[in-house]
Each structure stands twice: as C-alpha cells, then as structure tokens.
Design a protein around this ligand. Sequence first.
Ligand code: ZN
Length: 477
Amino acid sequence: MIRRTVVPVGVAALIIFCACSALAGGPGLVGGPSVGNRAAFGSDAQPFIWNPARMPIGYRIDPGPMAVGPSGTVVIDHATGVQRVQNMFSVWASVNTAVLSFTNAGPLLSAGSYTGGDVQTAAQFNAVMGSCNSGQQSPIIFDADGKLIASLGLPPEVIGFNSKCALDTVNGYILTSAIVMNGEFQDGVSQINSAVPNLELTANEFDQAITHEIGHFVGLDHSQINLNTYLQRTFPCDLDDLAGLPLMFPISFCQARKDAGLPVLSSDEEAWISSLYPAAITAANYGTLSGTIFFGDGITPIQGVNVIARQIDDPNTPEDESRRIAVSAVSGYLFTSNPGQSVTAALSKAEDNTNGSPTGSRNPSLIGYYQISVPPGVYTVEVESIYDQFVGGSSVGPLDPPVPMPGGFPKFWNQNGSPFDFPLQRDTITVHAGDRITGIDVILNAIPDRFDQFEDSGYLMDAPVMKLSPPTGDTSA
Ligand SMILES: [Zn+2]
C-alpha cells in the first residue's frame, strides 16, 4: 500500500507512505520448514518468486479509465492507462541480468458478481480479489475516482497497494498477485476540501509509486539505504543520495527519479531482482558478499540489522559513487521472525504460537546471516539500525517492529573487527564478477557480554554493570 502526506519542511516535500503487503533489502516472503504437524511453507530459506519456467507473468487490467475527475469526466483514459501500466512492468522486465517478463493477458476475467467492465463497487472488487486468491488471475485495478479505496475503509492518501493472492506453498512460487491504484491522485483536482489536501502527483511520481508496488508483486521487500536523505528531508533531494535511494524504500519523498534524470531502479533493486531471477549473464556481472552480524560477545548472531555494501567513491568522477551504488540486506532475512514457543503460547487456540511463523528458516546459522550481490568494484560494508518508524506495512526485513541495533551507532566492517574498535574504522573489499566472498562478519560494539538466564536469577540482564554476589544459603559441605 502506498500513502502520501505533505510535511512542511522548508519547501513542502511529498511523502508517500507505503503500507505494502510484504513480510520481510531483499525478498518479501521466505520459505520455512515443516514444524510440528504443519507442512513446509515453500522451500526452506528460499525466497518466494514467480516460477522462472512459466514466464511471462500474465496480468489482467481493469477495462475502466485510469482517472476521472469529480464530475466523472475521464482525465486519463483506459488506453493511456494500459500503456502506462505496461511501461511500469517494463521497468522490471528490462533488467538484463534478470529473467523476468510480463504480458498483458487482456481485460479482467469475470468472477462471481463481477461480470466485466469497470470495477467500481466493493462487491465487484471482492469478487475480483476472490478470483485472484483462487489463483485465476492477477488483476490490475484502476480505482479511477478513489471511491473504491474509500469504500474499502482505506484513507484517501492511499495511492495504491499490492496484495499477494495465491501461493504454491509446495514449490515456493507466487501464483497470482493484485495491484490497485488510486486515480484520485491524477484527477486534475488539487484539493478535495480544506481538511483533505489532495495534491496531484505527476505522471512520473504516480508511476514510480506503482512501480514500487510491482517490486512487491515480483517478491521484493523494502530496502533502507541513504536513510539520512529521509531524516534531513531537504527538497529536492541531493542527486547522489537520490540515485542510491532504493525505489523500494518504504516512503517516497524525493522528486521522481525519472524527473531527476535517473533510472527508475536503483542499484539495490537491480541487484536484488537479479538475485531472485538470475540470468545466464548474471554471474558475469555480479559478485556476492556474505557474513554474519554478531552481538558484542562475538558468538551470538543478531537478526534485524541493516547491512549496506557501498562502492567507494571514485575521485575521478563528479558523482559520489559511495552514495549512488549501494546494495543492502537485513541480517537474518532468511530466518523466521517468530520461532514460536509453547510455554505461554497455547492459552487459547487463537493465541497458539507453539509452532511460530510458517515463514523463514529455522536453521540457526541463518539468524545473523546476510548475503548481498554487488556489481564488480571496491566496497565497504556497514551496519545500522532499521529506522524505528518503519513498522507494519512499511517494515523492512524480518522484524516488525525493528530492534535498535546494539551499540546505537552505524559501524563499518574492518579486518580486525572487535566489540571495542572505532566504529568508523573500515577496510575495503574488492569484488570481481563471479566472486563469492564470505566471512564479512561484524561484531557490534558496546554491549554487555551474553548472559544466559540459567546462569543467574536473571536480574542482571538489564544491569549496565555486572555485579556478582557471593553464594548464599546452604554452602556447607
Ligand atoms: Zn512498499
């Protein structure tokens, strides 16, 4: 889901909140093993993708107009809308290191109470979504006046949303998925009323928001890179920062990438879509970096830390490559967010958490693990917290809400990493095409040693300084 609002920071910047349906930079949905009586969910530790042997991915488009004005006059007609939708899918299909293709399979199929024509009512929408959920079609729905989104109880600032529908949980494939887009953002009216501003989006801004939804449609999660750009919110955004800001960033607030002369996809999306749908030439264009992020004890892996590989700046170009060329992953993105437990879980059937989440692996070696594909070059690797406001549909990675990274400040990888080193000390890593560089591990700073509860009564776990008391009670032999 994508929403927008306007924040008065100097020049009013456009903020588009994405409350999308992704679960977990990287894949949105990861397979998990059989647990208890529950069958496996896809393939263990493998991202859900569309079946590469069944390309192109067919989608079907609402026969109505893309946008109408308040009086019902057509502002963006159906043919123009179809062309724009096809162009948005082409953005993803044109990545030559990924095998991914799409086809417009024609207008929406009839389903239940929906018998064709413009999808306008909640009943028609539900019927079409029912056919998506049963695996019959992947609908692209134009809500030309925004009334459909309103009738679903969604706020008017929702630009659009993606919903995964049917999954092949045996083989780990996405079978159908849906996208809904809100034509009210292109109805030519800049204000609904004084309480509800309805700033128009340009065609490029709107299409970029929906292209983000197509990223979820093909199986991608959100990514966090160049977070400073969002926190500073200077508008227009710095070009180097914008170039490296992922299209899959949870919030869109800068000028449209296309309007800034940039490709719609950042290096992060290019890398991840090529990882999920590799082509024969992918290995000749990417290498991988992998490792594990550890707590300060250097033993215990930590899930939910953002890991960014940045190319170092080339002083011979005017651009800052360290801001522009970066790829991220969240540690533990292949591991389950909820392993479950039976002690307090089974109070009621509704609360039964005995087996935890079906998604994500239970392989403990993946708890703090990350892998990042990057174009050949010289890189640094850094770790940081996922921003604490990226929750719910705007979450990044497996944990929602995210955990603050122990140590509290970003830290770089260096060859002699320890929990006591200077966090900005960094070494570079040269990646050639086809390299698989492992062991880029980071030990976080400034936290107490691991202290298991069975080693003590447990009260020390929150204490900043450990203080051991002499044994009491029966100590006589
Ligand atoms: Zn999103």
